[in-house]
Ligand binder design. Structure first.
Ligand SMILES: *Cc1c(COP(=O)(O)O)cnc(C)c1O
Length: 409
């Protein structure tokens, strides 16, 4: 198996496992594909949703490509600024934001996408010079799992459609100059229809804002959520079709100049594989297990969302597959699995497994559960490999713990 011109086996030998490996050219191509799909039709800013993967080297690459950033916390804002993004290229979209965090975002000079009336009023106390937009709950939801649907009615995110005009009215009364309208339906949907429903609702909303308040919004932000094919025969989301349909609707029915798109998964997901070593093999009357050194501490998506990740034995690509296996990790919970009931070649201890499409919501959701230090990340580019994150050690796990003196006797 070769990733970005580098042998997967060689990477595992030199850096150890588990190891996340990102192919820089694949990442750049994903960015360019989605950027050109939209910007050939109208002025578009791609705002990479950095919660999907916020490694500084990944952010540097996207900064070079000209991307903007969707940040959901002050920590993400600071990380992106450290990676070289100027504040005007970031949009902060928080939910249940504390006043202290709002203060820090304003101080950083980053525009605020407001999620509630409470946040609006607390922001007004800090400053009304901040560029703002509002997140509307459109009543349209989509996603690969109920936990990641954000746009449906009853969601904790955004201001309900029924109250959104009042939000803009109040913002104007407070002295703000709102710039845009935002919505995000959810993460990882595979079809174009929910986006069309969303854009229809957003178009009606911007036009109502214009008619009722005389306010012309500069941008419309359709959020992210563009799905990727995790299974071998999953359909591929046609971004060209999505882009053409949506930009046509916006150009025909509104005066909005700029479209924001906030893809996270689409940009980073398939550029990265997780390499993990087979350490143990177990056969029982019910199941066959391939025990590997990555568990849900390293990649939580299968345990958390029942997500499918394609798995292969990287050093046995051409072997016949005969038996079914569960690929399971070292965490002491029965929910700790990476893959279930997969037909794979006969495994041996020491084999190297590749878990595909691990770039989005992979490393960022990893943890120290079971006192396991987090793993390394590597970047490969046209035959060269470099580390972009060092492995943690036990000192990292103990660093912020203290034992009161009276317990130290
Ligand atoms: C998570 C998130 C996104 C990105 O979702 P993807 O499915 O990774 O594209 C975009 N916008 C907001 C506000 C988000 O919270």
């Amino acid at each position: 198996m070769i990733i970005g011109g580098v042998s997967a086996w060689g990477l595992a030998e030199s850096y150890g496992t588990p190891l996340y490996v990102t192919d820089e050219q694949a990442l750049r191509e994903n960015y360019r594909r989605i950027h050109s799909a939209f910007s050939r039709h109208m002025d578009t800013r791609i705002m990479y949703a950095c919660k999907a993967n916020s490694n500084l080297a990944i952010l540097r690459i996207l900064e070079q490509e000209g991307s903007g950033i969707d940040a959901v916390s002050i920590g993400e804002v600071q990380t992106c600024m450290k990676a070289g993004f100027s504040p005007d290229r970031i949009l902060y979209t928080g939910v249940n934001v504390s006043t202290e965090e709002l203060r820090q975002v304003v101080k950083a000079g980053v525009p605020v996408n407001v999620d509630s009336f409470s946040e609006l009023r607390r922001l007004a106390e800090i400053s009304t010079d901040v560029p703002i937009s509002f997140r509307v709950t459109p009543g349209v939801g989509s996603g690969h799992h109920p936990k990641v649907v954000t746009g449906a009615k009853g969601s904790k995110f955004g201001i309900p459609r029924e109250s959104i005009i009042d939000a803009y009215r109040e913002a104007l009364d407070l002295g703000f100059e709102p710039q845009g309208l935002h919505a995000h339906i959810g993460s990882g949907g595979q079809s174009v229809e929910p986006f069309m429903d969303l854009i229809g609702i957003m178009i009606d909303t911007v036009n109502e804002i214009k008619d009722q308040l005389g306010l012309s919004l500069r941008f419309l932000d359709m959020g992210g959520g563009i799905g990727v094919p995790y299974r071998p025969h999953d359909p591929v989301m046609e971004v060209d079709e999505l882009a053409m349909t949506i930009t046509d609707m916006i150009k025909e029915e509104t005066e909005v100049e700029t479209l924001y798109v906030e893809p996270g998964r689409y940009i980073i997901c398939d550029s990265t594989v997780l390499l993990t070593r087979c350490v143990d093999i177990k056969t029982t009357p019910e199941k066959n297990f391939i025990g590997v050194d990555a568990g849900f501490n390293t990649l939580i998506r299968p345990a958390f969302y029942d997500s499918y990740h394609h798995v292969a034995i990287a050093n046995k690509f051409n072997r016949a597959c005969e038996r079914k296996f569960d690929v399971v990790g070292p965490i002491c919970e029965s929910g700790d699995y990476l893959a279930r009931d997969r037909v794979l070649p006969e495994p041996e201890e020491g084999d190297l497994l590749a878990v595909y499409d691990a770039g989005a919501y992979g490393f960022v959701m990893s943890s120290n559960y079971n006192s396991r230090p987090r793993c390394r990340e590597a970047l490969v580019n046209q035959g060269q490999a470099e580390l972009i994150r060092e492995r943690e050690d036990m000192d990292d796990i103990w660093r912020h713990q203290t034992v009161p003196g009276r317990l130290q006797q």
